[in-house]
Design a protein around this ligand. Structure first.
Ligand code: PLP
Length: 394
């Protein structure tokens, strides 16, 4: 019989020649466990997904309760399914009034796709502005607005009429005109190595979109659900988008995403042609039940209130001559080193010592720190000790 590792390499499509190859048998709270019982403290949260930790009991219960009622019943947008409508209502209740109409998807990339279509249809324009080093997903529309040519060149032709500008470069905003359908921006750039925009820059961007009629899309797929110390990162800047994207942390470990806009914007998907955006599984009832439990738990357990003090603890402990800079906000942090070799060595050493860290798609010279929001002081101290020891051994 072949081992799971052999089967993984044989029958599971590979995305690189150097996968992590950690076999996980069980996950609970901040920890992953191998079949041999080795315990790993997860500082990555499955890439900003497990904000509540793995298998939060309230999420697991909501999933089990829904599984006992029904699974898939029909395509999105036809039947009234309680988990969907209750989750949409809850989301609308925690968002600004203009963000009241929720279109559920299966993933982040699909949320990006839906939002780009929505902006084009609403404005009857095609020009889209995105940002250098951005990441919005891997499907062809999302890839078209990705700000890194290396990942795009093999897949051209992609969507036409897209311009890329630099974050925080005010002069670049002139590229936004009355031909621009939308500007899409990660509220805090993730895969670029956690780049935080200036508050005034986001305000200037909002103003430019208002002047030109371009819709402002904030991608909060990585920053949402408490990660940056607010429920959504845009609350840090006082700037409200026209369309908000979410996924990852949204389902407490279940696959779900959404693009959210005002009802008047969203309604353009209804006609000319009808059924402007279709998904079979989007807003799956089990994912919505899990999502609703996730959001209610983040709020009722007051998890967001402690994010800033946990960020401070990481920042105060992570001092080392090899660390060039710590960037980020809340528990979306980035340790800037000098080279990929350093990053690779440190992350290997950390994993050997039971701490999972990683790097970024467009910034492989920095380490990613994005633990579940439930991580405690002792766990942060232990994680930082292991990281510092690894840095000292370089
Ligand atoms: N947008 C951002 C900011 C992301 O970080 C990601 C995933 O890493 C995506 C979109 C794509 O989400 P998904 O992998 O669910 O398609």
């Amino acid at each position: 019989m072949l081992s799971h590792k052999q089967l993984f390499l044989l029958n599971t499509a590979q995305t690189s020649d150097f996968p992590r190859l950690l076999e996980i048998e069980k996950a609970e709270g901040c920890y992953l466990y191998s079949p041999a019982g080795k315990k790993y403290l997860d500082l990555v949260s499955g890439f900003a997904v497990s904000n509540l930790g793995h298998r939060h009991p309230k999420v697991v219960k909501a999933i089990k309760d829904q599984v006992d009622k029904y699974l898939h019943v029909t395509v999105y947008g036809e039947y009234i399914q309680a988990p969907q409508v209750l989750y949409a209502q809850k989301l609308a209740s925690v968002l600004p009034q203009s963000l009241s109409s929720v279109y559920f998807t299966n993933s982040g990339a699909e949320a990006t796709e839906g939002a780009l279509k929505l902006a084009k249809k609403y404005t009857n324009r095609s020009h889209i502005v995105s940002f250098k080093n951005s990441y919005h997903g891997s499907t062809q529309g999302a890839l078209s607005v990705m700000g890194n040519e290396e990942y795009k060149q093999a897949y051209r032709p992609l969507l036409p009429d897209i311009s890329f500008i630099k974050l925080n470069a005010y002069a670049d905003l002139d590229i936004i005109t009355r031909q621009t359908a939308a500007v899409i921006l990660e509220t805090i750039q993730g895969e670029a190595g956690v780049r935080v925009p200036d508050k005034d820059y986001l305000k200037a961007l909002r103003k430019k979109c208002n002047e030109t009629g371009a819709l402002l899309i904030f991608d909060e797929i990585q920053t949402g659900f408490g990660r940056t110390g607010k429920l959504f990162a845009f609350e840090n800047f006082g700037v409200i988008p026209d369309i908000l994207l979410m996924a990852k942390g949204m389902g407490g470990g279940m696959p779900i995403g959404a693009f959210i806009a005002s009802k008047s914007i969203m309604d353009v998907l209804k006609d000319n042609p009808i059924l402007g955006h279709i998904t079979t599984f989007g807003g799956h009832p089990v994912s919505c039940a899990a999502g609703l439990a996730t959001l209610e738990t983040i709020l009722s357990e007051n998890l967001i209130a402690h994010v800033e003090e946990k960020e401070k603890l990481f920042r105060s402990l992570l001092t080392h001559p090899k660390i060039k800079e710590i960037r980020g906000k809340g528990l979306m942090l980035c340790i800037q080193l000098d080279s990929f070799e350093q990053v690779e060595t440190i992350s290997k050493k950390c994993v050997e010592n039971g701490i999972i860290i990683d790097w970024f798609l467009h910034c492989d010279t920095a380490l990613r720190i994005a633990p579940p929001l439930i991580i405690n002081k002792k766990e942060i101290e232990l994680a930082c000790k292991v990281i510092l020891e690894a840095l000292s051994s370089l």
